[in-house]
Design a protein around this ligand. Sequence first.
Ligand code: NAD
Ligand code: UDP
Length: 340
Amino acid sequence: MRVLVSGGAGYIGPHTVLALLAAGHEAVIVDDLSNSKASVLNRLESLSGQHIPMHSIDLTDRDKTDQIFAETAFDAVIHFAGFKAVGESVEKPLEYYENNLDSTLSIVRAMRRHDVTKLVFSSSATVYGPRAPLPYSEEWWPLEATNPYGWTKVMNEQVLRDVAPTIPGLKVALLRYFNPIGSHPSGQIGEDPNGIPNNLLPFIAQVAVGRREKLMIFGDDYDTPDGTCLRDYIHVEDLALGHLAALEHLDSMKEPVRAFNLGTGQGVSVFEVLRAFEKAVGRALPYEVAPRRAGDLAESYADPTRAEQELGWKATKSIDDMCADAWRWQRENPMGYPAG
Ligand code: NAD
Ligand code: UDP
């Protein structure tokens, strides 16, 4: 398949591009580089030994998006592009709704016009909201969110559920990711956040490499085994393979839209992640327990049964693998990708 990978220059996109190429597919990246650097492309081409076309356009621009579909015949789209910082989405809700909804609308419009009938969409465990019982099951309804970023995922899912049945042949997989961490085992591709990282793993990695003084652990008084929050961390390489499995499954899907959790099913605490990272680095890392972070849920983990039964996909990598690979990337690229 020739696959348009929107947001393919970011964190999860490049890992998925490598998985696609390794499986014999073609990938074309479309990314406006609003949260990524062009130099990722050199890394991808040298790791894969293949030329990877990339278009730097803003996917909210309908005409430019349509032009890309007019120039190249695609079989499928994997749609990663979007803004993803929860805190920023509270400060700039309009920008989040515009970017995350308009990009999907212009992609789906172009897909309809150019008869592209396979779509894999990046959703998130955040759509389960604060009331769903654990482990989170795709059967849960209604979806809800606690911040504008999360609502863009709930709304995008709804748009796709409404639109897909009206476009003949269109099949959509909604992939609800849990907490993707880790990096490509080469140490050449990884997560390169702008500014102060919001997420646990990049923060710990930056402490380990000396860019930050210490980790602040947001609360150790939750009703969990060690008092810190539990999350379902999933290796980004497993996640990339989940996209491949979903893409290859679309044709055999009976309904136009189906949601799949991509997680391990295991809740891992903040202290357990810190210990695993310390093991990878080979020394203790400084931390301090701070107050709880507003809006954090004590626990979040997937019921991954549906993905295993229907996609034939299962996460295989451990938290130690995730931390070892994340550390290799951070150690070899302390300031992330080169500029440019
Ligand atoms: P990322 O920010 O690293 O990658 C997204 C890419 O999209 C960036 O390279 C950015 O430049 C590009 N982009 C944004 N708006 C665009 C636009 N209008 N036109 C063209 N390109 C645009 O994010 P990521 O971590 O790789 O996440 C990918 C997707 O997965 C996002 O939709 C995100 O919401 C979702 N997701 C991520 C996580 C996570 O923890 N990383 C968890 C759940 C869901
Ligand atoms: N966390 C923390 N310190 C940080 C960042 C995160 O203690 O600097 C905690 C956070 O409170 C949560 C867990 O680590 O319990 C995972 O946070 P992250 O933001 O990575 O994922 P999310 O909460 O969005 O699932």
